[in-house]
Ligand binder design. Sequence first.
Ligand SMILES: [Fe+2]
Ligand SMILES: [Fe+2]
Length: 162
Amino acid sequence: MKRHESLVPLSRDHHEALLLAQRIRKGKSVASRSDWPEDRGLQRDRLVEYFDTRLTYHFQAEEDFLFPLADHHLPPEEAITVLLRKQHGQMRNLISELRTAQGVQLENLLLRLANVLEEHIRKEERVLFQRVQKKVPEEVLQQCGKQIEKFLHSSKMTPSDE
Ligand SMILES: [Fe+2]
Ligand SMILES: [Fe+2]
């Protein structure tokens, strides 16, 4: 199913975040000309910066605009927002632990974060977004898309360089 235009900004973020998660899992970038560092400390710095400038606003946009819509228009067992909110919480906690972690602990936290992030995004893309596109009325989804766009714009996010 083609992604609805209202959800495209979130899907773009997902694409970027998945690349980041893959790089963390592999330890280095798959693209040979990439400037992704092999040092875990430097990887942490990149990840934390990405979280602080992008992902934290992405989570908030979903929690403020998209999840309430899913809760309202989908049956509770289909909305899966309890799980998704819980994963946001797990990732926020992992990021705050990551900020000062070192050595083996840093390695473990990076891998855990990458795993949760990947699983979370796949759930949103393959399950939540599909259901939302099918069941939420067009004009409501349009309105939600505008709110998300306005919010992300006001959080001063810059377009990705990827
Ligand atoms: Fe999310
Ligand atoms: Fe998301």
